[in-house]
Structures are given as C-alpha cells and as structure tokens.
Design a protein around this ligand. Structure first.
Ligand SMILES: [Zn+2]
Length: 305
C-alpha cells in the first residue's frame, strides 16, 4: 500500500540541529521500506530563528532540501502518485515570511510550497496559535496572505492555529482548509487537536486531516499504542471523514510515538491494523495516499506554472 505523509520535521533536524540524515527517522530507506511514495518536508520556523532569524532558518532548511536523497517535486505534480520515495515542501510557522508577500513569493517561486501552517506555537504577523487560547481571528496580514495563497495554489494548514483563526480561514479561503498533523480533541483534550465542529468544517469543504503520531496528541496520559491511532482514525471516519483523513506523522519532530510506529518503515503495521479492523481496500487507499494526493492536485490546478 503506497503511503503519503503530510508532515515531518526532517529538514529542521538536518539544517538546524545538524543531524546527519542517517540518524533521522525519515530516510529514503525507511520510506521505501514503509511504501512511502510522498513525504511532505516542512520548513519549520519553530523558535523564531535559531541562526539569526526565522527567515534565515527557512533559507537554511530550503538549502538542506537540495541535499535530500529523494527527488523533490518543485513544479507541477505528475498525474500519477509516485511509485518511489518523493518529497514536496511545506512551511510550518509563517514567521519566516516576515509579514511580507515578497518573502512568500521568494520561497514559493523557488520551491513551490504546497501548504503553509500559518502559525507554530507563537503569535506571529499572521495570527495566534492554539496554545495561546486567543479568541482573535487572523490579523490583516494573515487575511492578505490567505488570499495570495489561494492565488498561488497553496493550501492553508490550520494545525497549530487557534480555533478563531481556523474559522476565519474557513470563511475566507477558496481552497479547502487542511490540518496536516492534528488529532481529535474529544479523544485527547489538547488544544493542538481539532474539535468535532472543526473536523466537520474540514469534511464539508473536502480538505484534509493528517493524523499525528505524537503520543501526547493521541492519549492524555501514559504511552500511546498503535490502537490509539486507530481510535482517532475511527472517530474521524465516524464523522464522515473517509475522503479527508490521512497521515501527518510528525516524524523527526516528536519525542514519543506508539510502539510499532516509530518510523516511516512501520506504516505497514498501521495499515494492517486498519485492515484487520475491517476497513476495505478502497478505504485504505484513500487513507494511505489518495486523500492527500487529491487535495494537493486540487491546489496544483490553481497554479499557473
Ligand atoms: Zn507541528
């Protein structure tokens, strides 16, 4: 079963933490072993700039993306889902754009950003993070940015964004909202997870939800098991999420994961559990890669290459 994963922090590990790729979770070998055809690699502006500014961090991670030993799709997507490990680039934490649409153009013209998580865990020029508990919607620059992202065919990633910002995106964005790496808040009460109402809003708009493998977002206490991932997927499917649910592993960005799901090589364990649980092959294909591929293709059709 071929897999698409909407989020990992491998470029941050490589470019900012100085980790050799062999010591990362997301390696070409692990991707091939797990059947991963498409991996979204994030430029992650987490700490407001470790090497100067968030912008400079973003540049360093973009430079590192050229050292990835897998092809990175920086132009129009092919018709067919990739057979072999392939990457696309996203942005997590809009502070690297420094409140400027010119910065957006600079990154996006060079590498084709597929999605942008508007905030990480800090307030920035765009809006407020879930962690802040802020009830404020997007800031004026955030609204201008979403308009420009629509024009460029870049998906608005609401993982990490506050709830009010999420609904603001739903109201304003023409492309469907996505949450690249978030789970169900009613199963694990973390502000980073989505409420039922938010999930329904994404389903109505045919966006995307990538289930996150971070133990703390799967289960309120204690270590998480593979069955906890199943629990979140089941809950999303029960709300009608068959066409929007997929994976957003967060590999190389998390310190705790379920047993038997510790790297991309372990995706087959999860697929087997879902199969044994009774999901059909057609449903498994949607979850495994078709749902993410569909929304990426939808965004790509708005793009004038
Ligand atoms: Zn994240």
């Amino acid at each position: 079963m071929r897999i698409a994963d909407a989020h990992c922090d491998t470029l941050y590990e490589m470019a900012i933490m100085g980790q050799p790729l062999e010591l990362c979770k997301v390696t070409p070998e692990a991707m091939a072993a797990g059947g991963v055809g498409l991996q979204t690699f994030a430029l992650f502006a987490g700490r407001k700039g470790t090497h100067g500014t968030a912008y400079q961090d973003g540049r360093d991670m973009l430079d590192a993306s050229y050292r990835l030993p897998v092809p990175v799709l920086r132009g129009a997507l092919p018709e067919a889902f990739p057979d072999a490990p392939t990457g696309v680039i996203s942005c997590e934490g809009g502070e690297m754009l420094e409140g400027s649409l010119e910065r957006l153009a600079e990154f996006d013209d060079e590498t084709r950003l597929r999605m942008i998580a508007l905030t990480w865990n800090f307030e920035n020029e765009i809006g407020y993070p879930a962690k802040s508990g802020s009830k404020a919607p997007l800031k004026p620059f955030g609204r201008a940015l979403v308009r420009e992202m629509d024009k460029r065919g870049i998906l608005t990633d609401c993982s990490h964004l506050n709830d009010a910002g999420f609904y603001d995106v739903c109201e304003r964005a023409e492309l469907p909202p996505i949450a690249s790496h978030s789970n169900c808040r009613w199963l694990c009460g973390h502000s980073r997870n989505l409420t039922r109402d938010m999930v329904k809003a994404i389903i109505e708009r045919k966006g995307y939800i990538g289930v996150n493998f971070y133990a703390n977002f799967l289960k309120a206490d204690g270590p998480a098991a593979l069955e906890d991932v199943l629990r979140h997927i089941d809950a999303l499917m029960e709300l009608g999420g068959e066409d929007v649910v997929g994976f957003g592993s967060d590999f190389d960005g998390i310190e705790a994961w379920p047993d038997h799901l510790e790297s991309p090589a372990d995706f087959p364990n999860l697929i087997q559990l879902l199969r044994d649980h009774g999901y059909t092959e057609a449903q498994l294909m949607k979850l495994a890669h078709q749902n993410l591929w569909r929304v990426l293709q939808l965004a790509d059709r708005r793009r004038a290459y």
